[in-house]
Design a protein around this ligand. Structure first.
Ligand code: PRP
Length: 184
């Protein structure tokens, strides 16, 4: 079983406290979110799903396969944490989407909203590109962000205030490949 303590020991290296969301729980929730997103937009209007790298890469890959309607995918790379466990507060845009956002429905896909710094920086930037609509979709929401520029329309799980890793989330670049989410 991928979520067993054995797998934790093999893939971890460090001691992981507990599994917070199992592979099965995540799959179920991602499938529900995909269905809700597919139903939220008229089928004949362009939809651009914008994944915020690197953290969202696994969530995004699973999510788009559950959105059964035409869509385009592009990416944005921003980084704020550096190598520590606490947000540095500086968000650097390292890669800009190639796709034009103008007059399209855009969904920005995040793995986690923590302090909200990343979204507060990115939302005005993306709004400036005049999308027809801009919505946020996040797998995890800690609900600790103050003055969030915009609340996400789709949230996978209300996450505990712990340092979470796996399913795309890292600690100093490790653990992104865990198929479940654990706390460190
Ligand atoms: C993490 C995470 C979110 C952001 C959330 O990204 O993937 O994008 O931090 O934190 P915030 O709400 O406090 O801004 P990170 O900058 O670590 O880069 P990564 O996606 O490459 O892991």
């Amino acid at each position: 079983m991928p979520s067993s303590p054995d797998t934790l020991a093999r893939m971890g290296g460090r001691e992981l406290k507990r599994i917070v969301y199992s592979q099965e729980e995540i799959a179920r929730r991602v499938s529900e979110m995909g269905r809700e997103i597919a139903e939220a937009y008229p089928k004949d209007e362009g939809l651009l799903v914008l994944g915020l790298l690197k953290g969202s890469f696994i969530f995004l890959a699973d999510l788009v396969r559950e959105i059964t309607r035409p869509l385009h995918v592009d990416f944005l790379v921003a980084s704020s944490y550096g190598s520590g466990m606490v947000s540095s507060g500086n968000v650097r845009l390292l890669y800009d989407p190639e796709a034009s956002l103008e007059d399209r429905h855009v969904i920005l896909v995040e793995d986690i909203i923590d302090s909200g710094t990343t979204l507060n920086r990115l939302v005005p930037l993306l709004e400036g590109r005049r999308p027809r609509s801009l919505e946020l979709c996040t797998l995890l929401h800690k609900h600790i962000a103050r003055g969030l520029a915009r609340e996400p329309r789709w949230v996978g799980f209300d996450a505990p205030e712990e340092f979470l890793i796996g399913y795309g989330l890292d600690f100093s670049e490790d653990y992104r490949n865990l198929p479940f989410i654990a706390s460190l």
